[in-house]
Design a protein around this ligand. Sequence first.
Ligand code: SAH
Ligand code: SF4
Ligand code: F3S
Length: 463
Amino acid sequence: MENLNYIHDAAAAAAVAAAYETPPLAYVRSYGCQQNFNDGEKLRGVLLDIGYGITDTPEQADLILFNTCAVREHAEQRVFGNIGALKRLKAANPRLLIGVCGCMAQQPQVVEKLKTSYPYVDFVFGVDGILELPGLLARRLGGGRRAMQPPAQRAAVIEGVPVRRDSGFRAWLPVMYGCDNFCTYCIVPYVRGRERSRAPEAVLAEFRRLVAAGCKEITLLGQNVNSYGKTLPEPMDFADLLELLCAEPGDYRLRFMTSHPKDAGKKLIDTIARHPQLCRHIHLPVQSGSDRILAAMNRHYTAAQYLDLIDYAKKTIPGVTFSSDIIVGFPGETEEDFAQTLELVRRVGYMQLFTFIYSRRTGTRAARMPDPATHAEKAARMARLLKTQEEVSYPAIAALAGRDVRVLVEGAGRRAGTVTGRLDNNLTVEFPAPESLVGAWAQVHLTGARAALLTGERIIAKE
Ligand code: SAH
Ligand code: SF4
Ligand code: F3S
Protein backbone atom coordinates (compact mmCIF):
# COMPACT_ATOMS: atom_id res chain seq x y z
CA MET A 1 0.00 0.00 0.00
CA GLU A 2 1.20 3.47 -0.87
CA ASN A 3 1.29 6.38 1.53
CA LEU A 4 1.11 9.64 -0.39
CA ASN A 5 1.41 13.21 0.73
CA TYR A 6 -0.39 16.19 -0.68
CA ILE A 7 1.96 18.81 -2.11
CA HIS A 8 0.86 22.32 -3.06
CA ASP A 9 0.82 22.53 -6.87
CA ALA A 10 2.33 25.93 -7.61
CA ALA A 11 2.09 25.43 -11.38
CA ALA A 12 -1.65 24.73 -11.13
CA ALA A 13 -2.14 27.75 -8.87
CA ALA A 14 -0.33 29.88 -11.48
CA ALA A 15 -2.53 28.47 -14.25
CA VAL A 16 -5.67 29.34 -12.25
CA ALA A 17 -4.38 32.85 -11.55
CA ALA A 18 -3.53 33.36 -15.24
CA ALA A 19 -6.95 32.20 -16.46
CA TYR A 20 -9.06 34.64 -14.42
CA GLU A 21 -8.87 38.34 -13.69
CA THR A 22 -10.37 37.91 -10.22
CA PRO A 23 -10.21 34.71 -8.13
CA PRO A 24 -12.65 32.18 -9.62
CA LEU A 25 -15.36 30.55 -7.54
CA ALA A 26 -15.97 26.82 -7.12
CA TYR A 27 -19.19 25.06 -6.16
CA VAL A 28 -18.71 21.54 -4.76
CA ARG A 29 -21.72 19.35 -4.11
CA SER A 30 -21.38 16.01 -2.33
CA TYR A 31 -23.88 13.15 -2.34
CA GLY A 32 -24.07 9.95 -0.30
CA CYS A 33 -22.37 9.04 2.95
CA GLN A 34 -20.32 10.98 5.53
CA GLN A 35 -17.12 9.67 4.02
CA ASN A 36 -18.06 11.33 0.76
CA PHE A 37 -18.97 14.57 2.53
CA ASN A 38 -15.53 14.53 4.11
CA ASP A 39 -14.03 14.00 0.65
CA GLY A 40 -16.03 17.04 -0.47
CA GLU A 41 -14.46 19.08 2.35
CA LYS A 42 -11.05 18.02 1.06
CA LEU A 43 -11.96 18.93 -2.53
CA ARG A 44 -12.86 22.41 -1.29
CA GLY A 45 -9.60 22.57 0.66
CA VAL A 46 -7.56 21.70 -2.44
CA LEU A 47 -9.46 24.23 -4.58
CA LEU A 48 -8.83 26.96 -2.01
CA ASP A 49 -5.17 25.95 -2.01
CA ILE A 50 -4.84 26.60 -5.76
CA GLY A 51 -6.61 29.94 -5.72
CA TYR A 52 -10.34 29.28 -5.96
CA GLY A 53 -12.92 30.85 -3.70
CA ILE A 54 -15.89 28.73 -2.55
CA THR A 55 -19.51 29.52 -3.34
CA ASP A 56 -22.81 27.88 -2.37
CA THR A 57 -24.49 29.18 -5.51
CA PRO A 58 -23.92 27.18 -8.71
CA GLU A 59 -25.04 30.15 -10.85
CA GLN A 60 -22.06 32.15 -9.57
CA ALA A 61 -19.51 29.40 -10.04
CA ASP A 62 -16.63 29.16 -12.53
CA LEU A 63 -16.18 25.52 -11.56
CA ILE A 64 -18.90 23.05 -10.58
CA LEU A 65 -17.82 19.75 -9.10
CA PHE A 66 -20.27 16.93 -8.32
CA ASN A 67 -18.85 14.44 -5.81
CA THR A 68 -21.17 11.51 -6.43
CA CYS A 69 -22.63 8.40 -4.76
CA ALA A 70 -23.35 5.08 -6.46
CA VAL A 71 -24.90 3.09 -3.62
CA ARG A 72 -28.43 2.94 -5.05
CA GLU A 73 -29.90 3.54 -8.48
CA HIS A 74 -32.00 6.40 -7.18
CA ALA A 75 -28.86 8.23 -5.99
CA GLU A 76 -27.30 7.88 -9.43
CA GLN A 77 -30.42 9.06 -11.23
CA ARG A 78 -30.53 12.15 -9.07
CA VAL A 79 -26.94 12.98 -9.99
CA PHE A 80 -27.59 12.48 -13.72
CA GLY A 81 -30.65 14.76 -13.40
CA ASN A 82 -28.59 17.42 -11.63
CA ILE A 83 -25.80 17.17 -14.22
CA GLY A 84 -28.40 17.54 -16.98
CA ALA A 85 -29.58 20.76 -15.38
CA LEU A 86 -26.05 22.20 -15.75
CA LYS A 87 -26.34 22.36 -19.55
CA ARG A 88 -28.20 25.65 -19.19
CA LEU A 89 -25.48 27.16 -16.97
CA LYS A 90 -22.76 26.10 -19.40
CA ALA A 91 -24.67 27.68 -22.30
CA ALA A 92 -24.95 30.94 -20.34
CA ASN A 93 -21.26 30.85 -19.33
CA PRO A 94 -19.00 28.94 -21.76
CA ARG A 95 -16.03 29.44 -19.43
CA LEU A 96 -17.73 27.36 -16.75
CA LEU A 97 -15.88 24.10 -16.01
CA ILE A 98 -17.85 21.04 -14.92
CA GLY A 99 -16.30 18.03 -13.20
CA VAL A 100 -17.75 14.77 -11.87
CA CYS A 101 -15.91 12.73 -9.26
CA GLY A 102 -16.57 10.28 -6.43
CA CYS A 103 -18.07 6.81 -6.46
CA MET A 104 -20.07 7.03 -9.70
CA ALA A 105 -16.93 8.11 -11.52
CA GLN A 106 -15.32 4.79 -10.55
CA GLN A 107 -17.70 2.91 -12.83
CA PRO A 108 -16.61 2.57 -16.48
CA GLN A 109 -20.21 2.54 -17.76
CA VAL A 110 -20.93 5.83 -15.98
CA VAL A 111 -17.80 7.47 -17.40
CA GLU A 112 -18.80 6.25 -20.88
CA LYS A 113 -22.28 7.72 -20.48
CA LEU A 114 -20.88 11.07 -19.31
CA LYS A 115 -18.46 11.09 -22.24
CA THR A 116 -21.06 10.49 -24.90
CA SER A 117 -24.29 11.98 -23.53
CA TYR A 118 -23.01 14.92 -21.45
CA PRO A 119 -20.56 16.79 -23.72
CA TYR A 120 -20.50 19.79 -21.39
CA VAL A 121 -18.81 17.76 -18.62
CA ASP A 122 -15.12 18.71 -18.78
CA PHE A 123 -13.50 16.06 -16.64
CA VAL A 124 -14.09 13.07 -14.36
CA PHE A 125 -11.89 11.53 -11.70
CA GLY A 126 -12.40 8.81 -9.12
CA VAL A 127 -12.41 8.63 -5.36
CA ASP A 128 -8.64 8.60 -4.97
CA GLY A 129 -8.03 11.21 -7.65
CA ILE A 130 -7.84 14.25 -5.41
CA LEU A 131 -4.10 14.61 -6.04
CA GLU A 132 -4.81 14.86 -9.77
CA LEU A 133 -7.41 17.63 -9.47
CA PRO A 134 -5.00 20.61 -9.64
CA GLY A 135 -3.26 19.19 -12.74
CA LEU A 136 -6.57 18.34 -14.45
CA LEU A 137 -7.84 21.88 -13.92
CA ALA A 138 -4.62 23.47 -15.07
CA ARG A 139 -4.59 21.45 -18.32
CA ARG A 140 -8.22 22.21 -19.10
CA LEU A 141 -7.79 25.91 -18.32
CA GLY A 142 -4.78 25.91 -20.65
CA GLY A 143 -6.97 24.68 -23.52
CA GLY A 144 -6.45 20.92 -23.04
CA ARG A 145 -9.01 18.28 -24.07
CA ARG A 146 -11.78 16.84 -21.91
CA ALA A 147 -10.35 14.29 -19.46
CA MET A 148 -12.87 11.45 -19.39
CA GLN A 149 -10.77 8.41 -18.52
CA PRO A 150 -12.22 5.62 -16.38
CA PRO A 151 -10.20 6.07 -13.20
CA ALA A 152 -7.62 3.56 -12.14
CA GLN A 153 -7.85 2.34 -8.57
CA ARG A 154 -4.81 2.77 -6.37
CA ALA A 155 -4.70 1.53 -2.81
CA ALA A 156 -3.31 4.69 -1.29
CA VAL A 157 -3.72 6.60 1.93
CA ILE A 158 -3.24 10.27 1.17
CA GLU A 159 -2.19 12.48 4.08
CA GLY A 160 -1.82 16.22 4.41
CA VAL A 161 -4.75 17.18 2.15
CA PRO A 162 -6.09 20.62 3.08
CA VAL A 163 -9.65 20.42 4.44
CA ARG A 164 -12.24 23.16 4.31
CA ARG A 165 -14.67 21.94 7.00
CA ASP A 166 -18.40 22.62 6.73
CA SER A 167 -18.76 23.10 10.48
CA GLY A 168 -16.57 24.62 13.15
CA PHE A 169 -17.93 22.50 15.98
CA ARG A 170 -18.53 19.10 14.38
CA ALA A 171 -16.05 17.20 12.24
CA TRP A 172 -15.62 13.98 10.27
CA LEU A 173 -12.38 12.14 10.85
CA PRO A 174 -11.71 9.21 8.50
CA VAL A 175 -9.72 6.39 10.10
CA MET A 176 -9.81 4.03 7.15
CA TYR A 177 -10.79 3.88 3.52
CA GLY A 178 -12.28 1.21 1.27
CA CYS A 179 -14.09 -2.01 2.14
CA ASP A 180 -13.21 -5.69 1.78
CA ASN A 181 -16.51 -7.16 2.93
CA PHE A 182 -18.25 -7.60 -0.39
CA CYS A 183 -21.78 -7.80 0.95
CA THR A 184 -23.45 -9.21 -2.14
CA TYR A 185 -25.77 -6.22 -2.74
CA CYS A 186 -23.16 -3.52 -2.28
CA ILE A 187 -21.16 -1.50 -4.82
CA VAL A 188 -18.91 0.18 -2.26
CA PRO A 189 -16.01 -2.36 -2.34
CA TYR A 190 -15.90 -2.01 -6.14
CA VAL A 191 -15.85 1.78 -6.18
CA ARG A 192 -13.88 2.46 -2.99
CA GLY A 193 -11.28 -0.26 -3.39
CA ARG A 194 -9.45 -2.31 -0.78
CA GLU A 195 -9.47 -1.60 2.92
CA ARG A 196 -6.61 0.54 4.21
CA SER A 197 -6.13 2.24 7.56
CA ARG A 198 -4.57 5.56 8.36
CA ALA A 199 -1.61 5.40 10.72
CA PRO A 200 -2.71 5.95 14.35
CA GLU A 201 -0.26 8.88 14.60
CA ALA A 202 -1.99 10.58 11.64
CA VAL A 203 -5.45 10.05 13.17
CA LEU A 204 -4.25 11.29 16.55
CA ALA A 205 -2.59 14.38 15.06
CA GLU A 206 -5.77 15.37 13.21
CA PHE A 207 -7.83 14.64 16.30
CA ARG A 208 -5.62 16.90 18.44
CA ARG A 209 -5.86 19.72 15.90
CA LEU A 210 -9.66 19.44 15.92
CA VAL A 211 -9.92 19.44 19.71
CA ALA A 212 -7.49 22.37 19.94
CA ALA A 213 -9.61 24.28 17.40
CA GLY A 214 -12.63 23.90 19.69
CA CYS A 215 -14.40 21.14 17.80
CA LYS A 216 -16.91 19.50 20.15
CA GLU A 217 -18.11 16.46 18.27
CA ILE A 218 -15.80 14.28 16.21
CA THR A 219 -17.11 11.33 14.22
CA LEU A 220 -14.61 8.67 13.21
CA LEU A 221 -15.39 7.28 9.78
CA GLY A 222 -14.87 4.04 7.94
CA GLN A 223 -17.08 1.62 6.00
CA ASN A 224 -16.28 -0.87 8.74
CA VAL A 225 -14.35 0.83 11.51
CA ASN A 226 -14.00 -2.50 13.30
CA SER A 227 -11.49 -3.71 10.76
CA TYR A 228 -9.31 -0.71 11.54
CA GLY A 229 -5.65 -1.52 11.86
CA LYS A 230 -5.51 -4.84 10.03
CA THR A 231 -3.33 -3.42 7.26
CA LEU A 232 -0.99 -1.42 9.50
CA PRO A 233 2.69 -2.39 9.82
CA GLU A 234 2.02 -2.76 13.56
CA PRO A 235 -1.54 -4.08 13.77
CA MET A 236 -3.89 -2.58 16.34
CA ASP A 237 -7.66 -2.76 16.54
CA PHE A 238 -10.37 -0.13 16.63
CA ALA A 239 -10.89 -0.35 20.39
CA ASP A 240 -7.14 0.35 20.84
CA LEU A 241 -7.49 3.40 18.61
CA LEU A 242 -10.43 4.62 20.72
CA GLU A 243 -8.31 4.20 23.86
CA LEU A 244 -5.55 6.25 22.28
CA LEU A 245 -7.92 9.09 21.35
CA CYS A 246 -9.84 9.08 24.64
CA ALA A 247 -6.57 9.64 26.52
CA GLU A 248 -6.58 13.15 25.01
CA PRO A 249 -7.94 15.80 27.35
CA GLY A 250 -10.57 18.22 26.04
CA ASP A 251 -14.22 19.17 25.93
CA TYR A 252 -15.31 16.86 23.12
CA ARG A 253 -17.43 13.82 22.44
CA LEU A 254 -16.65 11.08 20.02
CA ARG A 255 -18.84 9.06 17.65
CA PHE A 256 -17.96 6.50 15.02
CA MET A 257 -19.52 4.79 12.08
CA THR A 258 -19.99 2.27 10.70
CA SER A 259 -19.57 -0.84 12.82
CA HIS A 260 -20.06 -4.11 11.02
CA PRO A 261 -21.72 -6.55 13.47
CA LYS A 262 -19.45 -9.41 12.40
CA ASP A 263 -16.41 -7.51 13.75
CA ALA A 264 -17.93 -5.55 16.64
CA GLY A 265 -17.00 -7.44 19.78
CA LYS A 266 -17.23 -7.23 23.54
CA LYS A 267 -13.93 -5.37 23.67
CA LEU A 268 -15.49 -2.50 21.71
CA ILE A 269 -18.52 -2.41 24.00
CA ASP A 270 -16.32 -2.48 27.13
CA THR A 271 -14.30 0.41 25.71
CA ILE A 272 -17.44 2.49 25.17
CA ALA A 273 -18.59 1.73 28.71
CA ARG A 274 -15.26 2.96 30.15
CA HIS A 275 -15.07 6.34 28.44
CA PRO A 276 -17.63 9.09 29.02
CA GLN A 277 -16.45 10.91 25.85
CA LEU A 278 -17.73 8.00 23.73
CA CYS A 279 -21.37 8.47 22.84
CA ARG A 280 -23.88 6.04 24.24
CA HIS A 281 -25.16 5.22 20.80
CA ILE A 282 -24.11 2.49 18.39
CA HIS A 283 -25.00 2.42 14.72
CA LEU A 284 -24.98 -1.30 14.04
CA PRO A 285 -26.52 -2.06 10.64
CA VAL A 286 -28.26 -5.43 10.70
CA GLN A 287 -29.69 -5.33 7.12
CA SER A 288 -32.09 -8.25 7.76
CA GLY A 289 -33.46 -10.41 10.58
CA SER A 290 -33.44 -13.61 8.53
CA ASP A 291 -30.42 -15.92 8.73
CA ARG A 292 -31.11 -17.17 5.22
CA ILE A 293 -31.02 -13.64 3.81
CA LEU A 294 -28.03 -12.65 5.96
CA ALA A 295 -26.11 -15.58 4.49
CA ALA A 296 -27.16 -14.62 0.95
CA MET A 297 -25.98 -11.10 1.73
CA ASN A 298 -22.57 -12.45 2.86
CA ARG A 299 -22.88 -10.68 6.21
CA HIS A 300 -21.16 -13.40 8.30
CA TYR A 301 -23.45 -13.26 11.36
CA THR A 302 -26.80 -14.68 12.39
CA ALA A 303 -29.70 -12.82 13.95
CA ALA A 304 -28.97 -14.63 17.25
CA GLN A 305 -25.31 -13.52 17.24
CA TYR A 306 -26.40 -9.98 16.50
CA LEU A 307 -28.91 -10.02 19.36
CA ASP A 308 -26.27 -11.40 21.76
CA LEU A 309 -24.11 -8.40 21.00
CA ILE A 310 -27.05 -6.02 21.50
CA ASP A 311 -27.90 -7.68 24.83
CA TYR A 312 -24.29 -7.45 25.99
CA ALA A 313 -24.20 -3.74 25.10
CA LYS A 314 -27.51 -3.06 26.88
CA LYS A 315 -26.17 -4.79 29.98
CA THR A 316 -22.76 -3.12 29.88
CA ILE A 317 -23.59 0.44 28.81
CA PRO A 318 -26.56 1.83 30.77
CA GLY A 319 -28.85 3.89 28.54
CA VAL A 320 -27.20 2.82 25.28
CA THR A 321 -29.30 3.28 22.14
CA PHE A 322 -29.00 1.69 18.73
CA SER A 323 -29.68 2.60 15.16
CA SER A 324 -29.52 0.41 12.09
CA ASP A 325 -29.74 0.11 8.33
CA ILE A 326 -32.20 -2.35 6.85
CA ILE A 327 -32.65 -3.48 3.26
CA VAL A 328 -36.16 -4.49 2.26
CA GLY A 329 -36.74 -6.78 -0.70
CA PHE A 330 -33.30 -8.34 -1.10
CA PRO A 331 -33.50 -10.91 -3.95
CA GLY A 332 -35.51 -13.92 -2.79
CA GLU A 333 -36.76 -12.33 0.47
CA THR A 334 -40.00 -14.09 1.43
CA GLU A 335 -42.81 -12.99 3.71
CA GLU A 336 -41.32 -15.23 6.39
CA ASP A 337 -37.87 -13.65 6.05
CA PHE A 338 -39.42 -10.23 6.26
CA ALA A 339 -41.46 -11.19 9.36
CA GLN A 340 -38.15 -12.11 11.03
CA THR A 341 -36.84 -8.63 10.27
CA LEU A 342 -39.90 -7.07 11.92
CA GLU A 343 -39.42 -9.37 14.90
CA LEU A 344 -35.79 -8.32 15.26
CA VAL A 345 -36.67 -4.63 15.02
CA ARG A 346 -39.14 -5.07 17.90
CA ARG A 347 -36.68 -7.07 19.94
CA VAL A 348 -33.80 -4.55 19.65
CA GLY A 349 -35.90 -1.41 20.00
CA TYR A 350 -33.93 0.86 17.67
CA MET A 351 -34.23 4.58 18.27
CA GLN A 352 -33.55 5.25 14.59
CA LEU A 353 -33.72 3.15 11.47
CA PHE A 354 -32.44 3.89 7.97
CA THR A 355 -34.41 1.78 5.53
CA PHE A 356 -33.78 1.09 1.87
CA ILE A 357 -35.54 -0.87 -0.83
CA TYR A 358 -33.01 -3.17 -2.46
CA SER A 359 -31.44 -1.61 -5.52
CA ARG A 360 -29.72 -3.78 -8.11
CA ARG A 361 -26.08 -2.74 -8.67
CA THR A 362 -24.32 -3.91 -11.81
CA GLY A 363 -21.30 -6.08 -11.07
CA THR A 364 -22.39 -7.21 -7.59
CA ARG A 365 -23.22 -10.85 -6.83
CA ALA A 366 -26.82 -10.14 -5.82
CA ALA A 367 -27.44 -8.58 -9.24
CA ARG A 368 -27.36 -12.11 -10.65
CA MET A 369 -29.77 -13.59 -8.06
CA PRO A 370 -33.41 -14.24 -9.00
CA ASP A 371 -35.58 -11.41 -7.66
CA PRO A 372 -39.21 -12.36 -8.17
CA ALA A 373 -40.92 -9.90 -5.79
CA THR A 374 -42.49 -6.87 -7.45
CA HIS A 375 -41.67 -3.31 -6.54
CA ALA A 376 -45.21 -2.90 -5.16
CA GLU A 377 -44.67 -5.87 -2.80
CA LYS A 378 -41.39 -4.40 -1.62
CA ALA A 379 -42.94 -0.98 -1.11
CA ALA A 380 -45.72 -2.55 0.96
CA ARG A 381 -43.12 -4.30 3.15
CA MET A 382 -41.28 -1.02 3.55
CA ALA A 383 -44.47 0.67 4.80
CA ARG A 384 -44.97 -2.13 7.36
CA LEU A 385 -41.38 -1.82 8.51
CA LEU A 386 -41.70 1.93 9.01
CA LYS A 387 -44.94 1.46 10.95
CA THR A 388 -43.33 -1.15 13.21
CA GLN A 389 -40.37 1.12 13.79
CA GLU A 390 -42.65 3.99 14.81
CA GLU A 391 -44.53 1.73 17.19
CA VAL A 392 -41.24 0.79 18.82
CA SER A 393 -39.35 4.07 18.81
CA TYR A 394 -41.99 6.74 19.48
CA PRO A 395 -42.96 5.44 22.95
CA ALA A 396 -39.28 4.86 23.81
CA ILE A 397 -38.42 8.41 22.78
CA ALA A 398 -41.40 9.89 24.65
CA ALA A 399 -40.38 7.93 27.76
CA LEU A 400 -37.21 10.02 28.01
CA ALA A 401 -39.35 12.97 29.15
CA GLY A 402 -38.38 14.14 32.63
CA ARG A 403 -34.64 13.65 32.18
CA ASP A 404 -31.98 16.35 32.16
CA VAL A 405 -29.44 15.95 29.38
CA ARG A 406 -26.47 17.74 27.89
CA VAL A 407 -26.79 18.50 24.18
CA LEU A 408 -24.66 20.04 21.46
CA VAL A 409 -26.69 22.82 19.83
CA GLU A 410 -26.67 22.28 16.07
CA GLY A 411 -28.93 24.84 14.45
CA ALA A 412 -32.26 26.64 14.32
CA GLY A 413 -35.35 24.62 15.21
CA ARG A 414 -38.44 24.36 13.05
CA ARG A 415 -40.51 26.52 15.41
CA ALA A 416 -39.61 30.19 15.69
CA GLY A 417 -37.30 31.01 18.60
CA THR A 418 -36.11 27.42 19.04
CA VAL A 419 -32.88 25.59 18.37
CA THR A 420 -32.12 21.89 17.98
CA GLY A 421 -29.54 20.02 19.95
CA ARG A 422 -28.20 16.49 19.67
CA LEU A 423 -28.12 14.20 22.66
CA ASP A 424 -25.30 11.82 23.35
CA ASN A 425 -27.63 9.03 22.14
CA ASN A 426 -28.06 10.72 18.73
CA LEU A 427 -31.66 11.86 19.26
CA THR A 428 -32.58 15.48 18.60
CA VAL A 429 -34.34 17.86 20.97
CA GLU A 430 -35.97 21.18 20.04
CA PHE A 431 -36.10 23.85 22.74
CA PRO A 432 -36.49 27.63 23.02
CA ALA A 433 -33.10 29.36 22.96
CA PRO A 434 -31.30 32.00 20.92
CA GLU A 435 -29.47 30.93 17.78
CA SER A 436 -26.27 32.36 19.23
CA LEU A 437 -26.10 29.10 21.17
CA VAL A 438 -25.32 27.07 18.01
CA GLY A 439 -22.05 25.21 18.46
CA ALA A 440 -22.22 25.30 22.27
CA TRP A 441 -23.22 22.76 24.89
CA ALA A 442 -26.55 23.26 26.66
CA GLN A 443 -28.28 21.57 29.58
CA VAL A 444 -31.85 20.66 28.66
CA HIS A 445 -34.79 19.29 30.62
CA LEU A 446 -36.74 16.93 28.33
CA THR A 447 -40.47 17.58 28.44
CA GLY A 448 -41.95 15.34 25.73
CA ALA A 449 -41.75 14.38 22.06
CA ARG A 450 -43.41 15.08 18.73
CA ALA A 451 -42.93 11.85 16.76
CA ALA A 452 -39.14 11.24 16.80
CA LEU A 453 -38.27 14.79 17.88
CA LEU A 454 -37.82 15.46 21.59
CA THR A 455 -38.97 18.74 23.09
CA GLY A 456 -37.43 20.42 26.11
CA GLU A 457 -36.52 23.49 28.10
CA ARG A 458 -33.09 24.90 28.63
CA ILE A 459 -31.76 24.70 32.16
CA ILE A 460 -29.83 27.84 32.97
CA ALA A 461 -27.46 27.27 35.84
CA LYS A 462 -27.92 29.64 38.78
CA GLU A 463 -24.74 31.30 40.01
N1 SAH B 1 -20.48 0.18 5.38
C1 SAH B 1 -21.73 0.37 5.93
C2 SAH B 1 -22.81 0.87 5.00
C3 SAH B 1 -22.50 1.51 3.72
S1 SAH B 1 -23.82 1.79 2.62
C4 SAH B 1 -22.19 -0.95 6.53
O1 SAH B 1 -21.71 -1.99 6.20
O2 SAH B 1 -23.12 -0.90 7.31
C5 SAH B 1 -25.16 2.30 3.69
C6 SAH B 1 -26.35 1.43 3.61
O3 SAH B 1 -26.91 1.44 2.32
C7 SAH B 1 -26.09 -0.03 3.90
O4 SAH B 1 -26.00 -0.30 5.24
C8 SAH B 1 -27.28 -0.69 3.26
O5 SAH B 1 -28.35 -0.78 4.16
C9 SAH B 1 -27.64 0.26 2.14
N2 SAH B 1 -27.33 -0.31 0.83
C10 SAH B 1 -26.11 -0.60 0.33
N3 SAH B 1 -26.23 -1.14 -0.90
C11 SAH B 1 -27.56 -1.17 -1.18
C12 SAH B 1 -28.33 -1.63 -2.28
N4 SAH B 1 -27.76 -2.17 -3.36
N5 SAH B 1 -29.67 -1.50 -2.21
C13 SAH B 1 -30.27 -0.96 -1.12
N6 SAH B 1 -29.59 -0.54 -0.06
C14 SAH B 1 -28.25 -0.64 -0.07
FE1 SF4 C 1 -21.04 -2.33 1.60
FE2 SF4 C 1 -20.95 -4.36 3.26
FE3 SF4 C 1 -18.77 -2.88 2.85
FE4 SF4 C 1 -20.82 -1.88 4.20
S1 SF4 C 1 -19.55 -3.62 4.82
S2 SF4 C 1 -19.69 -0.88 2.57
S3 SF4 C 1 -22.57 -2.80 3.19
S4 SF4 C 1 -19.79 -4.19 1.36
FE1 F3S D 1 -22.22 6.33 -1.79
FE2 F3S D 1 -19.68 6.00 -2.19
FE3 F3S D 1 -20.57 6.53 0.21
S1 F3S D 1 -21.29 4.81 -3.09
S2 F3S D 1 -22.61 5.65 0.24
S3 F3S D 1 -20.69 7.86 -1.52
S4 F3S D 1 -18.89 5.20 -0.30
